[in-house]
Design a protein around this ligand. Sequence first.
Ligand code: MG
Length: 256
Amino acid sequence: MKKNQILLAAALICASSLSAQEKEYPEPEAMTPGMTEFWTPQPKVVTPGDIKTNTAPSDAIVLFDGKDLSKWQNSKGEAADWIVKNGIMTVDKSKGDILTRQKFGSFQLHIEWCVPSDIQGESQARGNSGIFLQDMYEVQILDCYKNETYMNGMTGSIYKQTPPLVNAMRKPGEWNVYDIIYTAPVFKEDGTYLYPPFVTVIQNGIVLQNHTQIRGTTEYIGHPQVRKHGDGPIRLQMHGDPSKAISFRNIWIRPM
Ligand code: MG
């Protein structure tokens, strides 16, 4: 009898250790794009006043003067091959992103962009592009003129992080002006931020981002990631949506 009790106890211990080994825990739910898209409250619409085109000051590096793309390359390091015509450059949707050949730390960037007057599409599939600061953090470009989308993906958002303070869009066919003041991050040895990046974004003379802290990379799916990096190029996005391509002009930068 006693022997049977010992055997039973041993069997129970064995069974419980087996069940502990075999216990299954749920995996985190897979992230989908919609999990990081927030639609309300929509920033209010502000109609910009008239501003003159701000040509490059004497100490600026001119990145595009309307003539050629010599300061730019594609993602493979080859010559940039978007379309240059009549003093503007237009995204070639068959060619991918373009990046400056030069890398930058902190800077003041001036860039003008225009959505075609006959643009079609809605939400993110309407005049989408973007400016990746140091090739890491996207300031969104989108046609948000009477086109609603998730607020943290609007024009002037830090993509999927911080919505713009207001909607300062001009109509399709009119030129928009961005002035972006960017402070590069400083990293600790372990790859986390000692000082995170900050950005101020002004569109058509109206503040959209006021010294906004950037929390990490601007991911389409998932949360921002902190990845150690040094100086980086300015990347302009070729977005694969089917709407007509946007154009750029008068791009200059002042490293700080
Ligand atoms: Mg974009």
